[in-house]
Design a protein around this ligand. Structure first.
Ligand code: ADP
Ligand code: MG
Length: 248
């Protein structure tokens, strides 16, 4: 299954991506996690000391593989060797790749990077028990239709706040624009209050779960420890279960 995680900066996308990657791997899935955010911090959240080299920096390889002789575009460029070479495994067996920043192009963008990324994403999934997790920015339009095709679920992470709930609608629209139909929400940094409940009540998408506000996550980040090593994984186990129900 392919899961894309989106939302405003700082809401907890990378925390969720790392937690889910850990839990799926723990339960026997083969997990590939790709950091698609300009702020590259998924590798450290997954306990890697060094960041894998961003795929988008492979300009020459990308050009050569995607743009053939006489400027012909290849729709299925060869990527398997690059995929292997640029994957780094963490100690739980999660395969981590970093996309880096790719040129933003609208609908119909034929940047070689996009064609290459598409091929990479296709390559990441071959078995039923494979999970691909994309940690993305709020602006996901640069992925383009072709790349997003086959994403089973777009998870929007929100904090219970008026602005966050407004952003949701934009994320849904962006998802639709690139052909992702299924969207669900994770409410993060939840602090119980009447007002928070009321705001959450306005969300018209399925809610996968609530993660309480906890200083543990801040401490984990501060000490550069993966959140699943030091914080409560229970809310994320619930979220994972819901994802399995929705997607399978
Ligand atoms: N449930 C939570 N409670 C408290 N702090 C959190 C929670 N989830 C994430 N954080 C903290 O918020 C900050 C941003 O989280 P991060 O996952 O990096 O967000 P994003 O990837 O969306 O920018 C980090 O310092 C993280 O530790
Ligand atoms: Mg992040």
């Amino acid at each position: 299954m392919k899961i894309a995680i989106s939302g405003k900066g700082g809401v907890g996308k990378t925390t969720l991506a790392a937690m889910l990657a850990y839990l799926f791997a723990r339960d026997g899935y083969r997990v590939t996690a790709i950091d698609c955010d300009a702020d590259i911090n998924l590798p450290s959240a997954l306990g890697l000391a060094e960041k894998p080299k961003p795929l988008s920096e492979l300009h020459e390889i990308i050009e050569k593989r995607v743009v053939g002789p006489m400027g012909m575009y290849k729709l299925n460029p060869k990527v398997d060797d690059v995929f292997e070479d640029y994957s780094v495994y963490n100690e739980d067996g999660v395969r981590v790749l970093v996309l880096g920043t790719i040129e933003k192009g609208g609908e119909g963008c034929f940047c070689p990077e996009n064609a290459f990324l598409r091929a990479i994403l296709r390559h990441a999934i071959f078995k039923r028990k494979d999970v691909l997790i994309l940690d993305m920015e709020a602006g996901i339009e640069h992925l383009g239709r072709g790349t997003a095709r086959g994403v089973d679920l777009l998870i929007a992470v929100v904090e219970p706040g008026t602005r966050a709930v407004e952003t949701l609608e934009r994320i849904e629209k962006l998802g639709k624009d690139i052909g992702i139909e299924r969207i669900a929400v994770v409410v993060n940094k939840f602090i119980e209050s009447e007002r928070a409940r009321e705001l959450v009540g306005r969300i018209k998408y399925p809610i996968l779960g609530f993660v309480p506000y906890s200083e543990c996550f801040v401490r984990a980040d501060l000490e550069n420890l993966p959140p699943y090593r030091v914080c409560d994984v229970k809310p994320f186990e619930e979220i994972k279960k819901k994802i399995e129900e929705i997607v399978e």
